[in-house]
Write a protein that binds this ligand. Structure first.
Ligand SMILES: C[S@@+](CC[C@H](N)C(=O)[O-])C[C@H]1O[C@@H](n2cnc3c(N)ncnc32)[C@H](O)[C@@H]1O
Length: 333
């Protein structure tokens, strides 16, 4: 039986920032968002430098992390910091949504050309990107093109769909992670396979009350939700169930008044939408992590993020890999 401390204590401890990270490996964090992935790496003792186009997301990164986030529109020619041993990122993938056009790595609206060019020009010992799991299915040919490009740069490429619940995140979030390395990469061991944290563990008492700024569903929204659930043949209402991990947190279901929006059903039957802090907790951000910008921008930052706990599990694997190649010199160039 896995030992399970109180969830808030657990994330507070796991995602504590070390006093100093100046002696540590440098990580280039591309398409950095608010720094969810970066928080995991910083907590594991890396020093990250972010690159992100949105001002509010950069502000959140800088407000909470000891490192800088450069506000920049990344292209394959963007200048980045020298000396990084690791490149991580969450490149947006345009070919998903571009009806008809399959320009792949030649599409300038897509983030992968910038990511691959960064790997080519800055030659990290390891590079790691995150994307939606659908990339492996709906965009398989494009994904293969990306893998092929990284292989041509001399890397071994491996990928896996990881479920965030297995790493202590109270959310059934599945995302594709792809690693370009030089040998002996090991995926992180699952730490919470048998007894995951639940939405109730994360939201605690908050889930039973309506805070002052609560946004309740109106009767017409309730009606809309009901129709949506019938149409999509939901067996259980899509309200948050406190005794299981939550559904995947996305920008859309945190922010938008849609049929699948994340909402809590209060003991008196009213339904309310999640607050920023509740959305952040379901993504494993500790309460000290403060988001900047308008409420909808904050929800977008949260929904887009790699859950920091999952980021840290991957960061530990990266550290083990770097230690291995350090002690087996000439192993990777
Ligand atoms: C999936 S999110 C990354 C989330 C991040 N890894 C985290 O854990 O918080 C992708 C980010 O790429 C940013 N982005 C999109 N196009 C960009 C560009 N051309 N240059 C820089 N950032 C860009 C978006 O604003 C968004 O924040």
């Amino acid at each position: 039986m896995e030992y399970k401390p109180d969830y808030l204590d657990f994330i507070e401890t796991e995602l504590q920032l070390p006093a100093s990270n100046n002696q540590q490996h440098l990580v280039i964090d591309l398409f950095a968002g608010c720094g969810g992935f970066a928080l995991g790496f910083e907590a594991a003792g890396f020093k990250t430098i972010g690159y992100e186009i949105l001002e509010d997301a950069c502000a959140t990164y800088r407000h909470n992390l000891p490192s800088n986030c450069n506000q920049v529109n990344l292209t394959p020619l963007s200048d980045l910091v020298d000396g990084a041993t690791v490149i991580i990122g969450g490149p947006p993938c345009q070919p998903f949504s571009v009806g008809g056009y399959q320009l792949g790595l030649k599409d300038s609206r897509d983030g992968f050309p910038a990511f691959i060019s960064a790997v080519e020009r800055y030659c990290p010992k390891i590079a790691l990107f995150e994307n939606v799991r659908g990339m492996l299915f709906r965009n398989k040919t494009y994904f293969e093109e990306i893998v092929n490009s990284l292989q041509q740069l001399g890397y071994i490429v491996e990928w896996q769909i990881l479920n965030a619940t297995h790493y202590g995140v109270p959310q059934k979030r599945e995302r594709l992670f792809c690693v370009a390395h030089k040998g002996d990469w090991k995926w992180p061991e699952k730490t919470h396979f048998h007894s995951p944290y639940t939405a109730g563990d994360a939201l605690g008492e908050l889930a039973l009350f309506a805070p002052a700024n609560s946004k309740f569903l109106t009767p017409s929204m309730d009606e809309y939700v009901k129709k949506y659930e019938i149409a999509s043949k939901c067996i259980n209402p899509r309200d948050i169930h406190l005794n299981t991990p939550s559904r995947t947190v996305t920008c859309r279901n945190l922010c938008g008044a849609t049929g699948d929006m994340l909402r809590i059903r209060l003991p008196d039957g009213r339904r309310r939408r999640l607050t920023v802090m509740e959305g952040a907790r379901l993504q494993s951000f500790p309460d000290w992590f403060q988001f900047q910008g308008s409420e909808s921008n904050q929800f977008n930052q949260i929904g887009n993020a790699v859950p920091p706990l999952l980021g840290k599990a991957l960061a530990r694997s990266v550290k083990a890999y770097l230690n291995y190649i350090e002690t087996h010199k000439n192993f990777a160039t």
